[in-house]
Design a protein around this ligand. Sequence first.
Ligand SMILES: [Zn+2]
Length: 337
Amino acid sequence: MDAFKILKQLNCCYGPSGCESEIREKIAEIAEPYADEICTDTMGNLIVRKKAAKADAPRLMFAAHMDSLGLIVTYIEDCGLLRFGVVGGVVAQNIVATPVRFANGTVGTIGLDEDSTKPEIDKMFIDIGAATRQEAEALVKPGDVAIYDTPTRMLGMAADQRIVSPYVDNRAGCVAQLIALEKLKKPVYDCYFVFTVQEEVGRRGAKPAAFGIDPQYGIVCDCTLTDDIPWTKHTGTSKVGGGASVKVMDKSVICHPEMVTVLKAVAAKKKIACQTDVLKWGGTDGSEIRHNASGVYTGGVSVPCRYVHTPQEVCSEADIQAAGALMAAFAETKPQF
Ligand SMILES: [Zn+2]
């Protein structure tokens, strides 16, 4: 599977938290040839099942969130400019002059009040080219959500091809799960690849998904912050281009030590590039799987990402491939604990 091509396809889809139907349909279409069963739960999580050869195999739940950050319209000024709030962890200083797009295709750009000395969401607006409130209302209503409308492009040299794109977090994780699904030939687990909703607003999709699947094992596949630009504060340990990053912990979850050990052993055996992911802050769906029911053996395979939550995030295509390969290899390795 071509990671860049699939990422580009996913990023053409609209899918802010709570409005994931378009991205969900696209992922289901790509997954369909490799799946035994596909369903959508009440929350909107897409659950793609790949059965084990043996009927009594333990259940393994993978989770990558498919939702993205968004900007929700709260008020339309007489002059036609749109005031907005945030859906998820949008940082004001990252979004001035960013092109945006609504579900119906209406495009705009983000401006800042003239008298504003520092970027604050409450002093920003979206300009969709309307001259009056009536003109704006013909295109957009309060409650409508805009997403970043920035490009998905290749960067750098062929040897370590990097990608710049909006929503690498976490469409890169979704691509990695699709790659794992494609690679998986003989799973020894009953595998559930879940593409979760509403992670960006507090991991609200993964919890009911984990409850429904009731897995014994779990792997979260999300982006992680990097420690590879000058003057970094060492909030994380991963590097773009360093391979699949095996999660030890983030602020929401401490992975089961055996999961960390086995994931690293599988990577070594299959010669898959891997590194260690410790993240001082930020949460993932891994938390909701780990703490489901009476507890789940949970680990994580992360894709390192620079400039997380900005309109142009950077990751490595090879890291996405490595993450997919590692998840597939884990699912083909007999449970050791
Ligand atoms: Zn994420």
